[in-house]
Design a protein around this ligand. Structure first.
Ligand code: ZN
Length: 377
């Protein structure tokens, strides 16, 4: 009796494991055995593109780049079903590739027989052969009818998710976003790492061209500020304060005009151009409310002496970031709003002026000699 019971229990366990594994891989809708799929505009190379990794949205740059535009047109043209749906969206809706131009929602409803059939055909084609076509298009993952399939977790098949019964959400890699994949060009492309953060935990710098180098390590914040991140779509009292300071219409919503003004301000004040009201930008706009500042209390002369003692072995130039740059900006007597620890055009101009004033070649690069000049003033 006891042995029988054990056998019965183990059978049930095996069965339940089998059922849950089976459930996890069931497609979101019925897949045709030989899907029509999409026809590439070029001859495909034999080799597949590298499998896209999951790259989260860290920049605020809603747009509809070429890869997204082309796939949307081809899908709508091929199937003649569903609506064009969303591509770019605001940035204040949580982490979403829609906020950096890397997503498209194809409006195909599971309750519409012909739309559902088109969705099934596309997804069957996309995911077949271990996601070969997803790799060729640079698609990271898709969500439809409460199921998610990710090319970087291809062996897990279709996993449980939620919602998405009236559209397929499609998220792209940066290569896929820009259309730099074999499906469109017939050749393989180097990995595009996308935008990078400068300061830890802050929005990444907007970029419109591929980035073929992994992002460098981020720098700790050099000034801290109590105001929270505000970006396209945000509504908050601090947005109104920023609009007043930036001299744009006080709409109380972080709108497109505010974003343009933020970018212009960041460019003019040696801040990473993120297009968001991030901590460095708040600290530049409202420095008196900063809760900490690595150069607080240093006069220009003291900052120069500190820099000469600590940083004369390093070379500071466009793109340099960190405490050394912040001390240089203080030693140069730059405006508080421009002392952000990020070496941009304003800092470069100040270094060139220092060099010109002392009869030196205007390289715009600061090293030992510049620290010596600053410390002797
Ligand atoms: Zn979506």
């Amino acid at each position: 009796m006891r042995r029988l019971l054990l056998i019965a229990v183990s059978t049930v366990l095996c069965l339940s494991v089998f059922v849950s594994a089976e459930g996890a891989t069931t497609p979101p809708v019925t897949f045709p055995s030989s899907p029509k799929g999409l026809t590439p505009p070029v001859t495909l190379p034999a080799t597949l593109d590298a499998t896209p990794k999951y790259v989260p949205q860290i920049s605020c740059q809603p747009s509809t780049p070429p890869g997204v535009t082309k796939l949307r047109a081809l899908v709508l043209n091929t199937y003649g079903e569903g609506g064009a749906g969303n591509t770019a969206r605001k940035c204040n809706e949580g982490t979403s590739e829609h906020a950096d131009g890397r997503a498209w929602d194809w409006m195909v409803n599971v309750n519409d027989a012909s739309e559902k059939r088109a969705a099934g055909d596309f997804l069957a084609w996309l995911t077949a052969n271990h996601g070969a076509n997803a790799k060729r298009l640079g698609i990271m993952y898709v969500i439809y009818n409460k199921k998610i399939w990710a090319v970087y977790r291809e062996s897990d098949g279709w996993r449980e998710s939620s919602g998405h019964t009236d559209h397929i959400h499609i998220s792209f890699s940066w290569n896929g976003t820009r259309g730099n994949t074999s499906f469109w060009t017939g050749s393989l492309h180097p990995m595009d790492y996308g935008p990078c953060r400068v300061f830890t935990g802050q929005t990444a710098v907007i970029r419109s061209t591929p980035n073929t180098k992994p992002c460098p390590a981020t720098t700790s914040l050099l000034r801290k500020h109590p105001y929270l991140l505000r970006q396209l779509g945000s509504k908050a009292s601090t947005v109104v304060k920023a609009q007043a300071a930036l001299k744009v219409k006080q709409t109380k919503v972080f709108d497109a005009a505010t974003r343009v003004a933020v970018r212009t301000y960041q460019l003019a004040h040696d801040l990473p151009i993120t297009g968001t009201l991030d901590v460095p930008t708040w600290a530049s706009l409202f420095p008196s409310q900063a809760t900490s500042d690595v150069t607080a209390g240093y006069t220009a002369a003291q900052a120069a002496a500190y820099g000469l003692a600590n940083y004369s072995a390093s070379t500071l130039k466009i793109g340099s970031v960190g405490k050394s740059t912040k001390f240089l900006q203080s030693a140069l007597g730059m405006r508080t709003a421009d002392r952000n620890g990020y070496f941009g055009a304003v800092t470069e101009a100040a270094v060139k002026k220092l060099q010109a004033d002392h009869g030196r070649e205007q390289t715009g690069i600061a090293g030992k000699v510049e620290w010596e000049i600053l410390a002797s003033q």
